[in-house]
Design a protein around this ligand. Structure first.
Ligand SMILES: Nc1nc2c(c(=O)[nH]1)N[C@H]1C(S)=C(S)[C@@H](COP(=O)(O)O)O[C@H]1N2
Ligand SMILES: [Mo]
Length: 423
Protein backbone atom coordinates (compact mmCIF):
# COMPACT_ATOMS: atom_id res chain seq x y z
CA UNK A 1 0.00 0.00 0.00
CA UNK A 2 2.78 2.45 0.87
CA UNK A 3 4.40 2.08 -2.51
CA UNK A 4 1.17 2.66 -4.30
CA UNK A 5 0.48 5.65 -2.11
CA UNK A 6 3.77 7.28 -2.92
CA UNK A 7 3.38 6.41 -6.58
CA UNK A 8 0.01 8.02 -6.50
CA UNK A 9 1.23 11.12 -4.69
CA UNK A 10 4.01 11.61 -7.19
CA UNK A 11 1.83 10.98 -10.16
CA UNK A 12 -0.84 13.28 -8.83
CA UNK A 13 1.53 16.18 -8.27
CA UNK A 14 2.95 15.76 -11.76
CA UNK A 15 -0.42 15.44 -13.39
CA UNK A 16 -1.69 18.38 -11.44
CA UNK A 17 1.21 20.55 -12.51
CA UNK A 18 0.82 19.68 -16.18
CA UNK A 19 -2.88 20.16 -16.13
CA UNK A 20 -2.48 23.53 -14.47
CA UNK A 21 0.09 24.57 -17.05
CA UNK A 22 -2.31 23.49 -19.72
CA UNK A 23 -5.21 25.15 -17.92
CA UNK A 24 -7.46 24.64 -20.88
CA UNK A 25 -7.37 20.89 -20.75
CA UNK A 26 -8.32 20.09 -17.23
CA UNK A 27 -8.79 22.34 -14.32
CA UNK A 28 -11.78 21.58 -12.18
CA UNK A 29 -11.77 18.56 -9.91
CA UNK A 30 -8.08 19.01 -9.29
CA UNK A 31 -8.40 19.20 -5.52
CA UNK A 32 -6.14 16.55 -4.11
CA UNK A 33 -8.04 13.62 -2.79
CA UNK A 34 -6.50 11.40 -0.10
CA UNK A 35 -4.43 8.78 -1.82
CA UNK A 36 -6.12 5.96 0.04
CA UNK A 37 -9.58 7.07 -1.08
CA UNK A 38 -8.39 7.39 -4.63
CA UNK A 39 -6.74 4.00 -4.55
CA UNK A 40 -9.88 2.42 -3.24
CA UNK A 41 -12.01 4.20 -5.82
CA UNK A 42 -9.71 3.66 -8.77
CA UNK A 43 -8.48 0.18 -7.94
CA UNK A 44 -4.95 1.61 -7.71
CA UNK A 45 -5.00 2.69 -11.33
CA UNK A 46 -3.22 6.03 -11.66
CA UNK A 47 -3.96 6.09 -15.38
CA UNK A 48 -7.68 5.91 -14.74
CA UNK A 49 -7.35 8.84 -12.38
CA UNK A 50 -5.25 10.87 -14.84
CA UNK A 51 -7.75 10.15 -17.57
CA UNK A 52 -10.61 11.02 -15.23
CA UNK A 53 -9.23 14.54 -14.97
CA UNK A 54 -9.30 15.26 -18.66
CA UNK A 55 -11.99 17.69 -19.75
CA UNK A 56 -13.39 17.62 -23.23
CA UNK A 57 -14.77 21.12 -23.75
CA UNK A 58 -12.79 24.07 -22.41
CA UNK A 59 -14.49 26.56 -20.09
CA UNK A 60 -14.65 29.88 -22.00
CA UNK A 61 -12.47 31.68 -19.45
CA UNK A 62 -9.83 28.94 -19.67
CA UNK A 63 -9.26 29.35 -23.43
CA UNK A 64 -5.91 30.58 -24.64
CA UNK A 65 -6.29 33.95 -26.39
CA UNK A 66 -4.69 35.56 -29.43
CA UNK A 67 -5.75 39.19 -29.65
CA UNK A 68 -4.69 42.62 -30.77
CA UNK A 69 -5.72 46.19 -29.97
CA UNK A 70 -4.57 49.08 -27.80
CA UNK A 71 -6.64 49.12 -25.75
CA UNK A 72 -8.17 45.69 -26.25
CA UNK A 73 -11.65 46.47 -27.58
CA UNK A 74 -13.55 44.60 -24.84
CA UNK A 75 -11.65 46.45 -22.10
CA UNK A 76 -13.35 49.78 -22.88
CA UNK A 77 -15.57 51.18 -20.09
CA UNK A 78 -19.25 50.15 -20.39
CA UNK A 79 -20.36 53.48 -21.87
CA UNK A 80 -17.74 53.27 -24.62
CA UNK A 81 -18.58 49.61 -25.27
CA UNK A 82 -22.18 50.66 -25.91
CA UNK A 83 -21.09 53.54 -28.11
CA UNK A 84 -18.88 51.41 -30.36
CA UNK A 85 -21.36 48.57 -30.70
CA UNK A 86 -19.61 46.03 -28.54
CA UNK A 87 -22.68 45.22 -26.46
CA UNK A 88 -25.54 43.02 -27.60
CA UNK A 89 -27.95 45.98 -27.37
CA UNK A 90 -25.86 48.24 -29.61
CA UNK A 91 -24.13 45.75 -31.91
CA UNK A 92 -24.63 46.21 -35.65
CA UNK A 93 -23.31 44.25 -38.60
CA UNK A 94 -22.85 45.85 -42.00
CA UNK A 95 -22.83 43.65 -45.10
CA UNK A 96 -21.97 45.94 -47.99
CA UNK A 97 -20.35 45.99 -51.42
CA UNK A 98 -16.60 46.48 -51.69
CA UNK A 99 -16.27 49.87 -53.47
CA UNK A 100 -13.07 48.68 -55.18
CA UNK A 101 -14.62 45.57 -56.75
CA UNK A 102 -18.35 45.79 -56.18
CA UNK A 103 -20.75 42.91 -56.71
CA UNK A 104 -24.35 43.68 -57.62
CA UNK A 105 -26.29 43.85 -54.33
CA UNK A 106 -29.95 44.80 -54.26
CA UNK A 107 -30.25 45.41 -50.55
CA UNK A 108 -27.01 45.90 -48.65
CA UNK A 109 -27.15 45.89 -44.86
CA UNK A 110 -25.69 49.29 -44.13
CA UNK A 111 -25.53 51.71 -41.24
CA UNK A 112 -26.05 54.66 -43.60
CA UNK A 113 -29.24 53.13 -45.00
CA UNK A 114 -30.30 52.06 -41.49
CA UNK A 115 -30.54 48.49 -42.74
CA UNK A 116 -27.60 47.03 -40.79
CA UNK A 117 -28.32 43.78 -38.95
CA UNK A 118 -28.78 44.23 -35.20
CA UNK A 119 -28.87 41.77 -32.32
CA UNK A 120 -32.64 41.30 -32.50
CA UNK A 121 -32.35 40.61 -36.22
CA UNK A 122 -29.65 38.04 -35.56
CA UNK A 123 -31.73 36.39 -32.83
CA UNK A 124 -34.72 36.21 -35.21
CA UNK A 125 -32.54 34.39 -37.72
CA UNK A 126 -31.27 32.18 -34.90
CA UNK A 127 -34.81 31.03 -34.03
CA UNK A 128 -35.01 29.45 -37.47
CA UNK A 129 -31.46 28.69 -38.44
CA UNK A 130 -29.16 28.40 -35.40
CA UNK A 131 -26.57 25.64 -35.59
CA UNK A 132 -24.22 24.22 -32.96
CA UNK A 133 -21.03 22.31 -33.60
CA UNK A 134 -17.80 21.34 -31.86
CA UNK A 135 -14.63 23.02 -33.05
CA UNK A 136 -11.13 23.24 -31.65
CA UNK A 137 -9.60 26.73 -31.72
CA UNK A 138 -5.92 26.76 -32.64
CA UNK A 139 -3.53 29.46 -33.80
CA UNK A 140 -1.54 28.20 -36.76
CA UNK A 141 1.51 29.67 -35.04
CA UNK A 142 0.81 28.08 -31.66
CA UNK A 143 2.32 24.83 -30.49
CA UNK A 144 -0.90 23.57 -28.95
CA UNK A 145 -4.63 24.28 -29.30
CA UNK A 146 -6.18 27.25 -27.47
CA UNK A 147 -9.39 25.50 -26.46
CA UNK A 148 -12.14 23.13 -27.50
CA UNK A 149 -15.54 24.75 -27.91
CA UNK A 150 -19.16 24.07 -28.66
CA UNK A 151 -19.99 27.06 -30.86
CA UNK A 152 -23.45 28.31 -31.77
CA UNK A 153 -24.38 30.72 -34.51
CA UNK A 154 -26.32 31.55 -37.64
CA UNK A 155 -24.86 30.37 -40.95
CA UNK A 156 -23.17 33.35 -42.58
CA UNK A 157 -24.92 32.64 -45.89
CA UNK A 158 -28.28 33.52 -44.31
CA UNK A 159 -27.09 37.09 -43.89
CA UNK A 160 -25.41 37.24 -47.29
CA UNK A 161 -28.69 36.23 -48.97
CA UNK A 162 -30.45 39.08 -47.14
CA UNK A 163 -28.40 41.52 -49.25
CA UNK A 164 -29.84 39.99 -52.45
CA UNK A 165 -26.58 39.58 -54.36
CA UNK A 166 -27.10 39.15 -58.10
CA UNK A 167 -23.66 38.79 -59.68
CA UNK A 168 -19.95 39.61 -59.58
CA UNK A 169 -19.45 38.10 -56.18
CA UNK A 170 -16.33 36.01 -55.60
CA UNK A 171 -15.12 36.60 -52.05
CA UNK A 172 -16.19 37.66 -48.58
CA UNK A 173 -13.91 40.06 -46.68
CA UNK A 174 -14.66 40.59 -42.98
CA UNK A 175 -13.41 42.85 -40.22
CA UNK A 176 -13.29 43.13 -36.45
CA UNK A 177 -13.77 46.30 -34.42
CA UNK A 178 -10.35 47.97 -34.32
CA UNK A 179 -10.67 51.19 -32.29
CA UNK A 180 -11.24 53.10 -35.56
CA UNK A 181 -7.53 52.83 -36.20
CA UNK A 182 -6.66 51.16 -39.50
CA UNK A 183 -3.33 50.00 -38.13
CA UNK A 184 -5.22 47.89 -35.58
CA UNK A 185 -7.62 46.32 -38.04
CA UNK A 186 -7.82 42.53 -38.09
CA UNK A 187 -9.40 41.04 -41.17
CA UNK A 188 -9.87 37.77 -42.95
CA UNK A 189 -11.64 36.41 -46.01
CA UNK A 190 -13.21 33.37 -47.62
CA UNK A 191 -14.21 32.35 -51.13
CA UNK A 192 -17.96 32.96 -51.41
CA UNK A 193 -18.42 29.38 -52.59
CA UNK A 194 -17.27 28.07 -49.23
CA UNK A 195 -19.80 30.26 -47.47
CA UNK A 196 -22.78 29.45 -49.68
CA UNK A 197 -22.16 25.68 -49.84
CA UNK A 198 -20.62 23.39 -47.23
CA UNK A 199 -18.31 20.66 -48.51
CA UNK A 200 -19.89 17.26 -47.77
CA UNK A 201 -19.80 16.50 -44.07
CA UNK A 202 -18.59 19.98 -43.08
CA UNK A 203 -20.26 22.52 -40.84
CA UNK A 204 -21.30 25.96 -42.06
CA UNK A 205 -19.29 29.11 -41.44
CA UNK A 206 -21.23 30.93 -38.72
CA UNK A 207 -21.87 34.31 -37.19
CA UNK A 208 -21.20 32.98 -33.70
CA UNK A 209 -22.78 34.37 -30.54
CA UNK A 210 -22.49 31.48 -28.04
CA UNK A 211 -19.70 29.29 -26.72
CA UNK A 212 -20.55 26.26 -24.57
CA UNK A 213 -24.12 27.45 -24.19
CA UNK A 214 -23.30 30.98 -22.98
CA UNK A 215 -23.26 34.25 -24.88
CA UNK A 216 -19.76 35.09 -26.07
CA UNK A 217 -17.77 37.25 -23.68
CA UNK A 218 -15.85 40.24 -25.02
CA UNK A 219 -12.62 38.36 -24.51
CA UNK A 220 -13.86 35.47 -26.67
CA UNK A 221 -14.88 37.93 -29.40
CA UNK A 222 -18.44 38.85 -28.44
CA UNK A 223 -21.04 40.00 -29.03
CA UNK A 224 -20.45 38.24 -32.38
CA UNK A 225 -17.43 36.62 -34.01
CA UNK A 226 -16.95 34.61 -37.15
CA UNK A 227 -16.26 30.90 -36.64
CA UNK A 228 -14.83 28.97 -39.60
CA UNK A 229 -14.99 25.29 -38.65
CA UNK A 230 -12.14 23.85 -40.68
CA UNK A 231 -9.71 26.75 -40.38
CA UNK A 232 -7.05 27.96 -37.99
CA UNK A 233 -7.99 30.75 -35.58
CA UNK A 234 -7.12 33.75 -37.75
CA UNK A 235 -10.18 33.12 -39.95
CA UNK A 236 -12.45 33.39 -36.89
CA UNK A 237 -12.47 37.18 -36.54
CA UNK A 238 -13.63 38.53 -33.18
CA UNK A 239 -15.76 41.65 -32.52
CA UNK A 240 -17.18 41.26 -36.01
CA UNK A 241 -18.91 44.41 -37.30
CA UNK A 242 -18.41 44.61 -41.04
CA UNK A 243 -18.54 42.24 -44.00
CA UNK A 244 -17.56 43.36 -47.48
CA UNK A 245 -18.80 41.34 -50.39
CA UNK A 246 -16.34 41.66 -53.21
CA UNK A 247 -15.52 40.58 -56.71
CA UNK A 248 -11.82 40.64 -55.84
CA UNK A 249 -10.34 37.20 -56.45
CA UNK A 250 -7.70 37.23 -53.71
CA UNK A 251 -7.37 36.86 -49.95
CA UNK A 252 -6.87 40.08 -47.99
CA UNK A 253 -6.22 38.41 -44.63
CA UNK A 254 -4.20 40.20 -41.96
CA UNK A 255 -2.46 36.84 -41.55
CA UNK A 256 -1.24 36.93 -45.17
CA UNK A 257 1.36 39.23 -43.66
CA UNK A 258 3.75 37.37 -41.43
CA UNK A 259 4.28 34.64 -44.01
CA UNK A 260 1.20 32.62 -42.96
CA UNK A 261 -0.54 30.19 -45.31
CA UNK A 262 -4.07 31.59 -45.29
CA UNK A 263 -5.66 28.66 -47.12
CA UNK A 264 -4.70 25.98 -44.62
CA UNK A 265 -7.20 23.44 -43.30
CA UNK A 266 -6.51 22.29 -39.76
CA UNK A 267 -3.92 19.56 -39.45
CA UNK A 268 -3.91 16.39 -37.40
CA UNK A 269 -1.29 16.29 -34.61
CA UNK A 270 -0.66 15.02 -31.08
CA UNK A 271 0.58 16.72 -27.89
CA UNK A 272 1.31 15.50 -24.39
CA UNK A 273 -0.83 16.61 -21.46
CA UNK A 274 0.57 14.74 -18.45
CA UNK A 275 3.80 12.81 -18.42
CA UNK A 276 6.08 12.32 -15.41
CA UNK A 277 9.64 13.61 -15.74
CA UNK A 278 11.16 11.22 -13.23
CA UNK A 279 9.98 7.81 -12.06
CA UNK A 280 11.42 4.85 -10.22
CA UNK A 281 11.93 1.71 -12.29
CA UNK A 282 9.21 -0.85 -11.82
CA UNK A 283 6.39 1.69 -11.55
CA UNK A 284 3.89 1.91 -14.37
CA UNK A 285 4.16 5.31 -16.08
CA UNK A 286 0.82 6.87 -17.03
CA UNK A 287 0.85 9.28 -19.99
CA UNK A 288 -2.04 11.37 -21.28
CA UNK A 289 -2.30 13.65 -24.27
CA UNK A 290 -4.49 15.32 -26.80
CA UNK A 291 -4.80 15.17 -30.54
CA UNK A 292 -6.17 17.82 -32.83
CA UNK A 293 -8.14 16.05 -35.52
CA UNK A 294 -7.64 17.87 -38.79
CA UNK A 295 -9.12 17.52 -42.25
CA UNK A 296 -7.70 14.03 -42.73
CA UNK A 297 -9.12 12.55 -39.54
CA UNK A 298 -7.32 10.50 -36.92
CA UNK A 299 -6.55 6.80 -37.06
CA UNK A 300 -3.87 6.37 -34.39
CA UNK A 301 -1.80 8.12 -31.79
CA UNK A 302 1.64 6.68 -31.24
CA UNK A 303 4.56 7.20 -28.88
CA UNK A 304 8.24 6.41 -29.09
CA UNK A 305 10.51 5.97 -26.11
CA UNK A 306 14.06 6.51 -27.30
CA UNK A 307 17.01 5.95 -24.96
CA UNK A 308 19.16 9.07 -24.90
CA UNK A 309 22.21 8.41 -27.04
CA UNK A 310 20.52 5.76 -29.15
CA UNK A 311 21.43 6.85 -32.68
CA UNK A 312 18.74 8.28 -34.95
CA UNK A 313 18.22 7.01 -38.47
CA UNK A 314 20.00 9.17 -41.02
CA UNK A 315 18.06 11.29 -43.48
CA UNK A 316 14.86 10.87 -41.45
CA UNK A 317 13.76 14.40 -40.50
CA UNK A 318 10.25 13.30 -39.53
CA UNK A 319 11.32 10.33 -37.35
CA UNK A 320 9.46 7.89 -39.56
CA UNK A 321 11.99 5.17 -38.63
CA UNK A 322 11.35 5.42 -34.87
CA UNK A 323 10.12 2.42 -32.86
CA UNK A 324 6.61 3.85 -32.58
CA UNK A 325 3.95 2.06 -30.53
CA UNK A 326 0.22 2.64 -30.40
CA UNK A 327 -1.38 4.57 -27.55
CA UNK A 328 -5.11 4.40 -26.90
CA UNK A 329 -7.48 7.00 -28.33
CA UNK A 330 -10.08 7.61 -25.63
CA UNK A 331 -13.76 7.07 -26.29
CA UNK A 332 -16.21 9.99 -26.11
CA UNK A 333 -16.38 11.21 -22.50
CA UNK A 334 -19.34 10.56 -20.20
CA UNK A 335 -19.58 14.24 -19.35
CA UNK A 336 -18.51 17.00 -21.69
CA UNK A 337 -17.34 19.60 -19.13
CA UNK A 338 -16.57 23.09 -20.48
CA UNK A 339 -19.08 24.72 -18.15
CA UNK A 340 -22.04 23.04 -19.87
CA UNK A 341 -24.80 22.46 -17.30
CA UNK A 342 -24.05 19.04 -15.73
CA UNK A 343 -21.56 18.53 -18.56
CA UNK A 344 -24.51 17.76 -20.85
CA UNK A 345 -24.78 18.77 -24.47
CA UNK A 346 -27.75 20.83 -25.62
CA UNK A 347 -30.14 19.45 -28.24
CA UNK A 348 -29.33 19.52 -31.93
CA UNK A 349 -25.57 19.55 -31.96
CA UNK A 350 -24.29 18.80 -35.44
CA UNK A 351 -22.45 15.50 -35.58
CA UNK A 352 -24.39 14.06 -32.64
CA UNK A 353 -27.35 11.69 -32.72
CA UNK A 354 -30.32 13.62 -31.38
CA UNK A 355 -31.94 10.58 -29.71
CA UNK A 356 -28.89 9.20 -27.89
CA UNK A 357 -26.76 12.35 -27.66
CA UNK A 358 -23.81 10.27 -28.88
CA UNK A 359 -21.39 11.42 -31.58
CA UNK A 360 -22.11 9.91 -34.99
CA UNK A 361 -18.41 9.39 -35.64
CA UNK A 362 -15.41 9.36 -33.32
CA UNK A 363 -12.98 11.03 -33.28
CA UNK A 364 -14.63 14.06 -34.88
CA UNK A 365 -12.87 16.25 -37.41
CA UNK A 366 -11.74 19.77 -36.43
CA UNK A 367 -12.13 18.67 -32.84
CA UNK A 368 -10.22 17.27 -29.91
CA UNK A 369 -9.47 13.67 -29.04
CA UNK A 370 -7.75 12.56 -25.84
CA UNK A 371 -5.33 9.65 -25.72
CA UNK A 372 -3.48 7.78 -23.02
CA UNK A 373 -1.05 4.97 -22.45
CA UNK A 374 0.90 3.30 -19.66
CA UNK A 375 4.59 2.58 -20.06
CA UNK A 376 5.62 -0.57 -18.20
CA UNK A 377 8.94 -2.29 -17.44
CA UNK A 378 11.06 0.66 -18.53
CA UNK A 379 14.70 0.05 -17.58
CA UNK A 380 16.56 2.73 -15.58
CA UNK A 381 18.00 5.39 -17.85
CA UNK A 382 17.33 8.70 -19.59
CA UNK A 383 14.83 8.80 -22.44
CA UNK A 384 13.26 11.04 -25.04
CA UNK A 385 9.54 10.44 -25.32
CA UNK A 386 7.75 11.55 -28.48
CA UNK A 387 4.17 11.36 -29.70
CA UNK A 388 2.63 11.61 -33.16
CA UNK A 389 -0.62 10.97 -35.00
CA UNK A 390 -1.42 8.79 -37.98
CA UNK A 391 -4.26 10.35 -39.95
CA UNK A 392 -7.07 8.45 -41.64
CA UNK A 393 -5.08 8.50 -44.88
CA UNK A 394 -2.32 6.58 -43.02
CA UNK A 395 -0.01 9.58 -43.15
CA UNK A 396 2.16 10.12 -40.08
CA UNK A 397 2.57 13.56 -38.45
CA UNK A 398 4.06 16.01 -39.44
CA UNK A 399 3.32 14.94 -43.01
CA UNK A 400 1.54 15.46 -45.36
CA UNK A 401 2.01 19.20 -44.63
CA UNK A 402 5.06 19.65 -42.42
CA UNK A 403 5.58 23.40 -42.94
CA UNK A 404 5.01 25.48 -39.84
CA UNK A 405 3.28 28.48 -41.41
CA UNK A 406 0.27 26.40 -42.48
CA UNK A 407 -0.11 25.23 -38.86
CA UNK A 408 2.59 24.12 -36.44
CA UNK A 409 2.61 20.35 -36.14
CA UNK A 410 6.16 19.26 -35.41
CA UNK A 411 6.58 16.12 -33.32
CA UNK A 412 6.72 16.93 -29.61
CA UNK A 413 9.56 15.55 -27.52
CA UNK A 414 9.75 15.42 -23.71
CA UNK A 415 12.33 13.90 -21.38
CA UNK A 416 11.85 11.04 -18.98
CA UNK A 417 14.32 9.76 -16.39
CA UNK A 418 13.80 6.33 -14.87
CA UNK A 419 15.88 5.77 -11.74
CA UNK A 420 16.87 2.48 -10.18
CA UNK A 421 14.86 1.62 -7.05
CA UNK A 422 16.63 2.71 -3.85
CA UNK A 423 18.22 0.21 -1.46
N1 LIG B 1 -10.64 41.03 -34.15
C1 LIG B 1 -9.72 40.07 -33.97
N2 LIG B 1 -10.06 38.78 -34.20
C2 LIG B 1 -9.15 37.78 -34.04
C3 LIG B 1 -7.83 38.08 -33.66
C4 LIG B 1 -7.50 39.44 -33.41
O1 LIG B 1 -6.37 39.78 -33.04
N3 LIG B 1 -8.47 40.41 -33.58
N4 LIG B 1 -6.91 37.06 -33.54
C5 LIG B 1 -7.19 35.88 -34.36
C6 LIG B 1 -6.27 34.80 -34.15
S1 LIG B 1 -4.76 34.96 -34.86
C7 LIG B 1 -6.64 33.66 -33.48
S2 LIG B 1 -5.57 32.37 -33.37
C8 LIG B 1 -7.98 33.53 -32.86
C9 LIG B 1 -7.88 33.10 -31.41
O2 LIG B 1 -9.14 32.99 -30.83
P1 LIG B 1 -9.33 33.07 -29.25
O3 LIG B 1 -8.53 34.23 -28.74
O4 LIG B 1 -10.79 33.18 -28.97
O5 LIG B 1 -8.79 31.77 -28.68
O6 LIG B 1 -8.71 34.73 -32.93
C10 LIG B 1 -8.62 35.41 -34.18
N5 LIG B 1 -9.55 36.51 -34.25
MO1 LIG C 1 -3.59 33.04 -34.64
Amino acid sequence: MRDLDSLWAEHQSLTRRYLLQLGAWGAIGLALRPASAVLAAEASDPLAEAVGKLEYFTRPEAFGTVERGTPLPYSHPPEKLREVGLTRETWKLEVIADPDAPPKLESPLSKDLKTALDWDGLMKLAEQHAVRFPKIMTCNNGGSPLGMGLWEGVPLRRVIWLTKPASDLRRVFYYGYHNDDLKQRFQSSLPVGRVLEDPPGEHPVILCYKLNGEFLSGKRGGPVRMVVPEAYGFKSVKWLQRIMLTNAPYANDTYANGNNDVDSWMKTFARFISHPEKVTAGQPIPITGLAQVGISGLKKVQYWLQAVGQPLATDDPYFSQGAWKDAEILAPPQTWAGGLPDGKLPQNVRGFDSATGKPQAWPMRYALAHWATVLKDVAPGAYHLRCRTIDANDVAQPLPRPFAKSGRNSIQQVDLVVTAPGP
